[in-house]
Design a protein around this ligand. Structure first.
Ligand code: AMP
Length: 225
């Protein structure tokens, strides 16, 4: 008779900060990641737990893999989730704030640009960002008219070459802004990464998924201390 094996749970995450901060979380619950996306070209990585494998995808694609059930669970920054949920609502639970890859969304301008004065005068501002929905909402709440220019990366360049008056981007230490003679003028939202779960998977595979969700909840307690 064939042995019935437990299904494998697939976790989607991006390389870089989120991957680097997830490895210690998994280690806390006894799961080792045996290969690194920095040295391996594999996009599906095994772990020391035969019931867990990792999918390495672009940060902004993580919610899509989970929403469509190609991954059961995922780890995504709140910045990516704000945008994703606005455009593709439903299909995802966000049960746990893992308190990893912490940073914030901010508005920044060139050092020599008087943002306060421009806002007071009711000037129409050009804002470059990857976070179009967050930006629209932020400036609408402030009553500032903006033209939003969608970029996919290197936002810091836009004010330096006259493409935009301001950017709305992720800031962590602030060194990228400083290196490009930009200053933060508004704090928009705190960002950290959340565990996300496919709603249908949670219903149909609860017994396999719940232990992983509980393990992440337990491991992330240390980050909240
Ligand atoms: P920093 O120079 O430390 O302020 O980092 C800012 C740059 O790193 C920005 O260009 C961001 O796009 C990127 N970054 C920093 N922290 C994160 C994070 N937690 N998630 C995604 N991108 C980040």
């Amino acid at each position: 008779m064939n042995k019935i094996t437990e299904p494998v749970i697939t976790l989607a995450l991006s390389k870089g900060r989120i991957f680097d901060d997830t490895v210690p979380l998994l280690a806390e619950v006894g799961i080792q990641v045996t290969e690194s996306p920095d040295t391996s070209r594999k996009l599906i990585l095994p772990t020391s737990d035969p019931h867990l494998r990792l999918l390495v995808v672009r940060a902004s694609d993580v919610p899509t893999y989970v929403q469509y059930g190609a991954a059961d669970i995922g780890i995504a920054g709140k910045d990516v989730l704000y945008e994703h949920v606005k455009e593709h609502p439903g299909g995802l639970y966000q049960p746990i704030d893992l308190d990893i890859a912490k940073c914030h969304l901010a508005v920044a301008v060139r050092k020599d640009f008087d943002y306060e004065a421009a806002v007071k005068q009711g000037a129409r501002l050009r804002v470059a960002t990857k976070y179009v929905n967050v930006a629209r909402e932020h400036f609408a709440n402030k009553g500032v008219y903006v033209d939003i220019i969608k970029l996919y990366g290197s936002m810091e360049l836009a004010p330096l070459v006259g493409l935009a008056d301001a950017i709305l981007d992720v800031v962590s230490t602030g060194s990228t802004l400083r290196a490009n003679d930009l200053v933060e003028v508004e704090y928009v939202k705190a960002v950290s990464s959340r565990l996300i779960v496919n709603q249908a998977s949670l219903k149909t595979r609860t017994q396999y998924l719940q232990p992983f969700i509980d393990a992440f909840a337990k491991a992330s307690q240390g980050n909240k201390a």
